[in-house]
Design a binder for this molecule. Structure first.
Ligand SMILES: Nc1ncnc2c1ncn2[C@@H]1O[C@H](COP(=O)(O)OP(=O)(O)OP(=O)(O)O)[C@@H](O)[C@H]1O
Ligand SMILES: [Mg+2]
Length: 440
């Protein structure tokens, strides 16, 4: 019988009896399988480790270690424990058969050998081994595919979460933008007529003043009622105060105008269109929006904002997003001061100022404008520095901090504006964020 199935198979026959070996080898060779022979347990183990046969026919009674011991050692060895073992026993040895099967053999053949039966059993076990191997392989592939799918799903979920949060942030920004522009628009009308009327009122007051001086000049001695009333209202002081009031009202209105303009700049959140922007205007308007945070509060002293601006060209960018970046980075600095003061509160230290230095300029090659936002709020722990741009990385326990400010800022600057965002921090000192935007 020439067995074409599993023709590559290698079978190790272990028997010390030359007659048995001869019979078995003859039958096996006729089937086309490759044969290895061992005449004792030790050399059988050695060959199995070395040649890794597909099946072992193992005699029980042998010189040296017997078949059971050989089987146990083969099963205990991870290199050989998957090789199917068929015991060769005498027909009457039921105890041996049971023992053999209980220590890991898959089957037995009985002596004297019936060639057909031997070949049939060997073929069945080769087939089983082949199927087991295929199953293992398929299992591995399946596991790999499940793993890949799980990773894909986890990635998709993370992307989804991120884009959801990004949408929420964008929406939040655009709602703030709308609100702010709405307020600026509403303020603008009354502001316009107050500014116009103040100018007119100043002219009228000067006219009154002049008229009054003429009275004093041509009627230097007024009657008693007028003198008493002048004393009562402290006329000289009133005239002086009116001048001061006029001046402070003018300054106040100018300031409101500036705030209103900043609100309009900041609120100009067209997320999908690039515009040529005055970067300084953007930084200033962000500072005005954050002014309430920059002033001193229960948690910390006032923050001194120092601006060092160089003359810059207009830069093409998405206004809403650039403002959002300035807002994220400046807010981080403000929050860092709060954290810093909380930590040093109990430690007496030299008097120091909270400084936020906003400076602009150019990179060495003059291809980019640079915007530096630098604080002296104690810096970032060296082991955390590499993580600050990661999504959802935050060291803050405050509600509302989700750890997205810097990752969004990096995306806005690097992906959307083809610029750079770097962080230089000195632990114990402070942090500097440097934004580079290409000059187009
Ligand atoms: N100027 C800074 N000084 C010290 N640490 C900073 C500074 N800026 C950022 N960090 C650190 O980087 C972390 C990540 O900042 P990021 O803006 O991404 O998130 P967040 O401020 O914690 O939360 P969110 O911005 O979503 O409100 C902060 O939690 C903080 O630990
Ligand atoms: Mg932040």
């Amino acid at each position: 019988m020439n067995n074409t199935e599993f023709s590559q198979s290698v079978i190790l026959v272990v028997d010390d009896n030359p007659t048995n070996l001869k019979v078995l080898c003859g039958a096996i060779a006729a089937s086309g399988w490759e044969i290895l022979v061992a005449t004792d347990g030790e050399s059988a183990i050695e060959q199995a480790e070395y040649a890794h046969p597909d099946l072992i026919l193992l005699d029980i009674m042998m010189p040296g270690i017997d078949g059971f011991e050989t089987c146990q050692r083969l099963k205990a060895n991870p290199d050989t424990n998957d090789i199917p073992i068929l015991f060769m026993t005498a027909l009457s040895d039921t105890v041996d058969k049971v023992r053999g099967l209980s220590i890991g053999a898959v089957d037995y053949i009985t002596k004297p050998f019936q060639t057909e039966e031997v070949l049939a059993r060997v073929t069945v076990h080769l087939k089983l081994r082949d199927l087991t191997k295929k199953l293992e392989l398929q299992n591995q592939e399946l596991e790999l595919r499940v793993q890949q799918r799980t990773t894909e799903l986890a990635d998709t979920l993370a992307n989804l979460k991120e884009s959801q949060l990004q949408t929420i942030k964008n929406e939040k920004m655009s709602i703030i933008g709308e609100l702010v522009s709405g307020i600026a628009h509403e303020i603008n009308n009354p502001l316009g007529f107050m500014t116009g009327n103040l100018e007119l009122m100043n002219d009228y007051i000067s006219d009154f003043h002049e008229h009054f001086k003429l009275y004093q000049q041509y009627y230097p001695e007024p009657n008693e009622h007028i003198i008493n009333h002048a004393k009562k209202i402290d006329l000289e002081q009133t005239i002086e105060d009116i001048n001061d009031f006029q001046l402070s009202m003018k300054i106040g209105l100018e300031r409101i105008c500036k705030i209103s303009n900043s609100l309009r700049t900041f609120g100009h959140l067209d997320l999908f269109r690039k515009e040529h922007l005055d970067i300084h205007e953007c930084i200033d308007s962000t500072c005005i929006i954050l002014n309430h945070k920059i002033r001193s509060n229960k948690l910390r002293k006032e923050i001194q904002v120092i601006k060092k601006y160089e003359q810059l060209p207009y830069i093409e960018c998405y206004p809403g997003e650039i403002n959002q970046v300035f807002m994220n980075i400046i807010t981080n600095a403000v929050e860092a001061f709060e954290e810093y003061e909380k930590n040093v509160n109990n430690i007496p230290e030299e008097p120091r100022e909270n400084l936020l230095i906003l400076s602009t300029g150019y990179n060495e090659e003059m291809t980019h404008v640079t915007i530096s936002i630098k604080d002296n709020a104690g810096g970032i722990k060296p082991d955390l520095e590499s993580k600050i741009f990661d999504h959802f990385f935050t060291t803050k326990s405050m509600e509302g901090n989700i750890g997205l400010g810097l990752s969004i800022s990096q995306e806005v600057i690097q992906k959307k504006h083809k610029g750079n965002l770097k962080c230089v921090s000195l632990w114990g000192e402070g942090t500097e964020f440097i934004i580079e935007l290409p000059i187009t």
